[in-house]
Structures are given as C-alpha cells and as structure tokens.
Design a protein around this ligand. Sequence first.
Ligand code: ADP
Ligand code: MG
Length: 678
Amino acid sequence: MDVYSDIGNVKGIGPKMKELLNCCGIFSIIDLLLYFPRDYENISYRNNIKMATDGEKIIINCRFLKSEEQFRGKSGKIVTKLMFTDGETIFYGTWFNMPFIKNSFIRDKDYTLMGKIKILRGELSLNSPIIIQGEVKKEENLIPIYPLKENLKNPYLIKTINYILSQIKIDENMPKWVVENNNFVSLDKAIRNIHSPKNLSELNEAKRRLKFQELFSYSLKILMLKKHLNEGAKGIAFKISKELVNLKEKLPYDLTAAQSRVIREILIDEKKPIPMNRLVQGDVGSGKTVVALIALFNVIKNGFQTVLLAPTEILANQHYAEALKLYEGFDINIELLTGSLTNKKKLEVKEKLLKGEIQLIIGTHALFEENVVFEKLGMIVTDEQHRFGVKERSRLFNKGENVDVLVMTATPIPRTLGLCVYGDLDISTIDELPKGRKKVETYYIQQRAKDKVYNFALDEIKKGRQVYVVCPLVEENEKLELNSVEKLVEQLRNIYFKNEKVEMIHGKMPPKNKDEIMKNFKNGEIDVLVSTTVIEVGVNVPNASVMIIENAERFGLSQLHQLRGRVGRGNYQSYCILVSEIKSNKVKNRLEIMKRSNDGFYIAEEDLKIRGTGEIFGYRQHGDNGLILSDIIEDAHLLIEANKEAKLLLKSNEENDIRLKNDILKKLTLSSKYICFN
Ligand code: ADP
Ligand code: MG
C-alpha cells in the first residue's frame, strides 16, 4: 500500500464509504492518516465486569461464548446479541444493524472489548463495543475521538485507521539532522502514536513532532515565498529624490528617531532593483501616515504613479486632506477614489489615472475595480492592512508590474513572532511616539457612575476639548440591553449636553453624511461625537481629549486600544473611560489590562492569549494555513525553532533553483492539505 494511493483501494472501503470520506476531504490514504483525533478518552480497564457501574465506559478482556438469536428491536433495528464471559460473569455485547459483526468472533477465543456498560434487570451488556487490537495497558487507555462529519462514525475510523497502520510503513520525510537535533520520534512512530497512543507521554511526543512538522512546513513556505518574491521579479530601482529634503523641511514637526529610521529602511528598499514587500507596524498615534507620504513622495518624484489604500472612507478622506497639505507646492496631482463618488466623477478619475495625470490616488475598496488602470504604477501603500484580506491586496498588486508594496498596521503581533508570521514581509517598527504625548489616563467605571463621567466630559468641553462616545450597536437590541447610538444621542442631548453640539455617526449612514459630520468634528463645530466603531481606525482629531466607551466588555482588547488611540493625539492630557456593567472576573481582568498598559504590543499579546489567533489575523484562520495541530501563539517556542531549522535548510540549498526547492517542499509535506502555493 502506498500512502498516496486512493482511499478506495483500502480493503473494506467500498464505493459508498469512499464517497463519504471524500466528502470529508479524505481522498488518499495519507489524508486519512492525517485525520487526527480531536481528543482522547481515558477509559478504565476492568478485570472484572461486576465492578463496573451502569453507564461507565470500560475496556475488558473476555472470551466469546456464543451468538444469541438475532431479532428486531423496538426501533426496527436488527439487534445482534453475543454472549461473552470475563471468566466469572456472563455478559452480552449488543450491536445494532451490524449483523455481520458476529463473523468477527470465534467461539472460545479471547478478545478485548471497549464499550459502555448497561445494566438492565440484572443483565450486564456492552452497547456497540469496539474490538481493541493489540495489547491493553492496565493504567491508561487513551481512545481517540475523531472529529465527526457527515456520517463518519468514531469506531469505524478507529478500526480503519488501525487496519491501515498495520499494513503500512511511513517513510521519514524530514532531514535527518532536524530529527536528531530535536530528538523527534520518526514520522512513522508519530503518526502511529497520535492515532493509538499507549500512554500520555507517547502521545505528547507524537504531537510535538507533528506540530513541529506543520510549523516547519509553514515556515518553509513563508521563507520560500519571500525568496520567490525577491528573486523571481525584477523591481523598479527608484532614485532618491533631491526634493525629499524640501519636503522634510516643510513638516510642522521633527520626525521621531523611529520614523526617520523606518523611512530610511523604506528608501533603501525603493532603491533596490527588487520589489519592496515591507510591513510597517507602529502603535496608534506613532505617525505612520507621514512615513507613508514621504515614501510615496520619492516614488512620485521618480515619475511613477502611487496608491494609498485605506479601509474606510473617513480614513481615505483624512489621508487625502493630509496629502494635499503636505504635497502643496510640489506639483503633485492627488485624487480620491471612493465608493461614494458619483459615477461621473469616478469615470473622470479613472480616465485621468489611465492617462497618467494622477500621481497619488487615495481610496478604498473602489480601487479594486477592474477598470481602475494605471499608466505607470510604482508603489502601493495599504493602511491598516489587517482590515484587508491577502486576496484583496493582491488584486491591487496585479495592477502594476513588480511594484513596491508597503503595508501598515497598528495591530502588532508579539515581537518574537513577527518574523515567523509575517515572514513573507520585511518588518519596520515605529516604536516611539512623537514627543509631548501624554499617556492617556484610562479608567473603568460601572453604568451607575455615568453621571460623573459625563459631567467630567462636560468640563473638558468647557476647556475647549472635544469628546468621543462609542457604543457597539446601531439599533436597539433589547435583549442585549446595549445602548444604541440613537438612544444615547437623545439621552446625552437631553441630560448632559443641553448646550453642546452632539452628533452621531454610524456605519449605516450614507458616506456623504459621514464625511460631513467628520469634517465638522475636525473643525471643532461638534463637541460630542457619538459613534459606532466606524471611528476605530486611523481617525485623527488632536483636539479630542475624552473617549468614553459604553459597553466596553463587548470589544476586544486590541479594538479598545485602537479606540483609545483616537485621543491623546495632541498635546492635551487625554482620558479613556470604559463603561461597563462589570459582572464577571474575566471582564474585569480584561479591562484591568487596558488600565495597566498603553503599549499596543503588550495589549496585543494579552488579546492573543484571550481570543486566540484566528480572530486577530482574520485571514490567517486556524487550519487555513495548514496548521491543524499547532497554534502560532501556544506553540510559539516550536515555531521559532521550526523557523530556524527551515532557514538552515534553505541555506543549505542556496544555489538550487526554485523547482528543486519545490521538490524538497513536496517531500517535506505530507499532503496538499499541508501546503500549497496559491
Ligand atoms: P498613526 O500611526 O496612528 O496612523 P498618524 O499618522 O495619524 O498616526 O499620526 C498621528 C498624529 O501625530 C497626527 O496628527 C500627525 O500629524 C502627528 N505626528 C506624526 N508624526 C509626528 C511627529 N514626529 N511629531 C509630532 N506629531 C507627529
Ligand atoms: Mg493611521
């Protein structure tokens, strides 16, 4: 039997079963061997069935005595009843609709059965027991529990996988030195033991090896992707424009050391004749926008067109305004392209783009449309990249030839993991806030202390500041008793802010109105802006000093940090007040983290611990990246190790071409589930 052969070739798997397995994504033998248990049940071994209690799951050695009459039960199922003895007590095994089961037993032979005890009117029986092959440990018996889809049954999987394992030997596929360096068990042993571990330590050894295998493949894939991007494509070698000096002189502030360093890193990339693929991560308020605008400026001055992509219209508009201001006097044409433009305006912009009359286009998803065509695209910057999928971004990427790509995020991942997770990108970190920023003071309070909060906000308004109030939902949801924006606005206008201007903004509003309100808030015409999370990312109003978050328990930590980042952007002492009806310790602990720390990295780490990776790296869902057993955060130490070994492997093959490496890759990975280039 070859591990890559069709699952239908296995003795005992008929066309129907084959179809069922195919439905569950199992096509070849290896697919089935990689269908790992989701858990294990530790089942007690009994010498003596009399000791067992009703409903208990047991394993017992016994002798087959004879078949009883087969009959139809009340439900219409065929009941097969066989008689066994443990040497002392007679008991029965009963199976439903499995008349052939009796052929598995030979009279007066010994078997090991596993099943649930049923005691009825003094009669002992095991319901649908499984025949356990091989030796049984007296202490631990870990029975695999498989993820069950469709009509797949656990006993069937146990039986079939055990049968295959008895017929097959799996070749080692990792370099010998990797196995030896890490003291791994062989692949063959690992796969055997994950399906039928004799004890916990065997199981853990198997898991360690297989997790490493996943992470190793994953690292290899990312590293090769990066190499491929760097080597395969010839990029544009931009020159360093003399006008950069003039641009920097125009800035109303000095760049922070971190900003300057990151700009330098980017400009070095721009000069190289290979496409840039860089991630800039920096906490909220660290000044990423100006870094992007300077990077784009240089490309523009080389005679190329550029793109700045933002996840929301509000942000696109804000960037547009900032770019207009900064580029003023440099003869650069900047345009906006967002969903809310009229069709006429859109067409006009597109035409200009095609003719090369626009040097910087700032926009949202509207930029992905197929009829957005450039004359000469040189660079793409994506702001708040975690808001976009990889596929979306690559759609833009294809609009130019080997353009430089820069992505920016304020949702950092723990430092140690950066390279591994974003391994296909080079990383620059702005790890410093502009001078003069004061730490945002953070409090959390209960609903009933609300008066105090809003009176405090009123004092701030009287000092000339502005206030954000954020709540989670637009429409009233009585069940959850959340404050809807509308209701809240009404309340605030009637109770706390009788003479102040209170406005609201939410996702369901037409973009035009949103922009209008944002503009007025920026101009200081609105004192209190009540909103849903549409203001979560990027919005910059330095005069705002209070952020009140209602139902704070409904937000993730990273999201709260983003929201808090809307204040403290100027020189004023700012405040973030988390309002919550704190009931559970969990909520309390989470909000305590916010109080304790202003460090986005730290908060992201804590967030990861609480929520897991899936929610945070939206597109890199668990399983999607071939990580079935392992988790990037939980298994961080293994990932770092795997990354190291993967690098060594790639190095040892440096001169070989990409095809050879793909071969290595194929050999290293067990099935298509583990890896694919797409
Ligand atoms: P983010 O990194 O969150 O996107 P922004 O780029 O929106 O941050 O910048 C936040 C604010 O800081 C803006 O008002 C911007 O003009 C200002 N800023 C950026 N760099 C500096 C600096 N070096 N010194 C002072 N203020 C700065
Ligand atoms: Mg920003």
